[in-house]
Design a protein. Structure first.
Length: 682
């Protein structure tokens, strides 16, 4: 079947659900009916899997009633009704109940799909401390003598080392453990992940006490992160006995340490949470983190114990199913204000500390920097200033130069001067036009003879003259040149190679994307550390169109060139960069994510900001700009990245240093990425 672009399953996502039904103690018929109702509801939402609580068909708090035949018979009858209902459902269900097997009673999770029992998983670890007395009624998984059982007339797999794979979704392989199993030092799910399980499911009852909900978060989040997996956690809600315990009905869905969904606790009614799991992301993380494979090898004996049960589901693959997962428009910049402040603080300090180390190791006390009045050089200058403060050196040791050329606007020139004054560095102005004219004359360029020819040579002569001046100034003053170019420009090849803005002695910005730099500058402005006048200067810089200012224009005082008119909006290109560099996603999946992030959302505006974030981008716009990114990133820009100056890596989103995250040939082709663009509808 041809993949439907607008269907989340076509892009290796899977929708999963965790259900918290109201229950009645020792009333399996009622509990089964509620289970079926919630499963039908989950299927209507397009979910492939729904998990229910531990011993949900009987209720967890039956105590010695578990040894009553009438209850055990009723649980099996209730299970039969669920199996029958599953014939009409295209969703896998995991339900909990007590089962008699070879004269022992086991606390089990049963996987039901397509009118059949696909397998039965017994609980491995039975708590018998505090308020728990499970060993009084149940046997642990390793007490079992068989690996197959007859249940409701079917011969089905039985054991704690079962993995279940939805054949329609080869990346969706899940494992089930029960409550206490995840609280032990080495949970069974750890070995299951090494055996290939990408989704880990926990059927829990878990009574609530003060502080336990937070600990569940830590436990589930860390297990999903260590195992590079998704983790679904369900617990008992209303209806369980309050004789000696209370129940909050907490449900959690994590993916690689990130919380995707959480239920409201202490609800009086049954409820479900949903999340769209990125199976490809999990797979790629395991490929990238090669120690995962080493762990597989070291625990080969445990991994070999697992068997895979495959089954089919009639998933809704042939109809539109939009992504319900929240996709951040700015993956490098947290949307939460508190987390954004933390991110800015950390990035800023990483840059400062790295520069302090370089200056100390080089026995250098002076820095040379070109200041244009634009974003990148502004942030680099702020980093230099803080580094001087840390080293107890005067800011006058920052030798800052603004170097107007043929197209420098009054606005940016004034902003550069104001910024240097606010920072307190040594400020100079060097007019590069005379030396540029001489270079153009030497080249025989028409502009030197009065002709208005603004070609790439005309532009790069200016960029080269600026950099040449900076290097010679550094030689003359026993200083080093601080580079200002950012990660976004490097990814798009938007820099002048060699003697241009591509080169410096040390670049503090090279792994910081443009969207994050704008937030860093705003963060400094709003912090008040540069005073009211300084904040005004920074905000004015933020509200200036991004431009190389290399081609003269007619609008005096404003930049004529606009970078984003050529290479596309940075907010989109940074989005593309993150998912292609960090995860290696195909262009078609990146477009699906971008469309999910940028479609039909309210426009955003920063305080005191003239620039309004785009309300939305059409799929056609996303595709066109992604095409620009792919051709520039994979086409002819790698040679620039193969010899970049030293620069600190600041985030997990990656860097493009050939000594760090990114090693690529300078003469590769972009054909396969360009071809994949055809999978994106116009």
């Amino acid at each position: 079947m041809k993949k439907l672009f607008s269907n989340l399953y076509s892009h290796d996502f899977a929708r999963v659900a965790v259900a918290i039904p109201n229950c009645r103690i020792a009333d399996p018929d009622f509990n089964a009916a509620e289970t079926i109702r919630l499963a039908q509801q989950a299927q209507q939402q397009g979910a492939a899997l729904v998990a229910f609580p531990e011993l949900g068909l009987s209720a967890y708090t039956c105590d010695d009633l578990f040894h009553q035949r009438a209850l055990l018979d009723a649980c099996e009858t209730a299970l039969q009704s669920i199996v029958a209902a599953s014939e009409q459902l295209s969703i896998a269900m995991i339900v909990g109940l007590p089962l008699r097997i070879e004269h022992q009673l086991f606390n089990c999770a049963v996987v039901v799909a397509g009118g059949h029992i696909q397998g039965v998983v017994p609980k491995s670890y039975l708590p018998n401390y505090g308020e728990f007395y499970e060993a009084r009624q149940f046997s642990a998984a390793d007490c079992a003598l068989v690996t197959e059982i007859s249940l409701l007339g079917e011969l089905v797999p039985f054991g704690s080392s079962l993995l279940f794979e939805i054949a329609d979704l080869p990346l969706f392989r899940f494992h089930v453990e029960i409550c206490e199993d995840v609280w032990v030092p080495i949970p069974p799910s750890s070995f299951a992940a090494l055996a290939g399980a990408s989704v880990l499911v926990n059927l829990s009852a878990s009574n609530v006490v003060v502080g336990k909900a937070g600990y569940r978060h830590q436990l589930v989040g860390q297990q999903s992160a260590r195992c590079l997996s998704a983790y679904l956690y369900t617990s008992a809600g209303k209806g369980e006995s309050s004789t000696d315990m209370a129940w909050d009905g907490q449900a959690l869905i994590y993916e690689n340490g990130e919380l995707l969904a959480e239920s409201e606790r202490f609800l009086d009614h049954s409820h479900i949470i949903y999340a769209d799991i990125d199976l490809e992301r999990l797979s790629r993380e395991r490929m990238r983190q090669t120690t995962f494979g080493q762990s597989v090898r070291r625990h080969a004996d445990e991994v070999a114990k697992f068997d895979v049960v495959r089954f089919y589901l009639a998933l809704p693959l042939d109809q539109p199913l939009p992504l319900a997962r929240n996709v951040e428009r700015f993956p490098y910049v947290p949307s939460d204000v508190r987390r954004r402040d933390e991110r800015c603080t950390e990035v800023y300090n990483i840059q400062v500390q790295a520069l302090v180390q370089r200056m100390s190791a080089s026995n250098i006390s002076k820095l040379v920097i070109g200041v244009s009045g634009g974003l990148d050089s502004t942030h680099a200058l702020l980093v230099c200033a803080k580094a001087m403060d840390r080293l107890n050196l005067p800011r006058a040791n920052i030798l800052a130069y603004t170097m107007p050329g043929f197209a420098t606007s009054e606005r940016t020139l004034n902003q550069a001067k104001q910024l240097m004054q606010v920072v307190g560095c040594s400020a100079e102005e060097i007019d590069i036009r005379p030396s540029c004219i001489q270079m153009l004359k030497d080249l025989g360029h028409p502009y030197a003879s009065g002709e208005e020819k603004f070609d790439i040579t005309f532009e790069n002569v200016q960029a080269g003259e600026r950099t040449s001046h900076l290097f010679r100034l550094a030689n003359f003053n026993h200083a080093i040149v601080i580079g200002t170019g950012d990660l976004s420009e490097l990814a798009l090849g938007w820099c002048t190679y060699g003697v241009g803005d591509h080169m410096s002695h040390y670049n503090v910005n090279a792994s910081v994307p443009k969207t994050l730099i704008s937030h860093l500058v705003r963060w400094v402005a709003e912090s008040g550390v540069v005073g009211d006048s300084g904040s005004d200067v920074l905000l004015n810089i933020l509200n200036t169109d991004i431009s190389p200012e290399l081609v003269p224009g007619k609008a005096n005082g404003k930049p004529e060139q606009k970078t984003e008119d050529v290479i596309g909006p940075y907010e989109l290109q940074d989005f593309n960069l993150y998912y292609i560099l960090r995860y290696g996603f195909s262009p078609s999946k990146v477009a699906f994510l971008a469309f999910s992030a940028w479609k039909d959302k309210e426009a955003g505006r920063w305080p005191n900001d003239e620039h309004v974030v785009r309300n939305e981008y059409t799929l056609s716009e996303i595709k066109n700009n992604l095409g620009i990114f792919v051709k520039r990133f994979f086409g002819n820009s790698q040679f620039k990245r193969s010899c970049v100056p030293n620069s600190p890596k600041v985030g997990t989103g990656g860097s493009l240093s050939p000594r760090g995250d990114w090693r690529a040939p300078s003469d590769s082709e972009s054909i396969v990425w360009v071809k994949d663009l055809a999978n994106i509808p116009d």
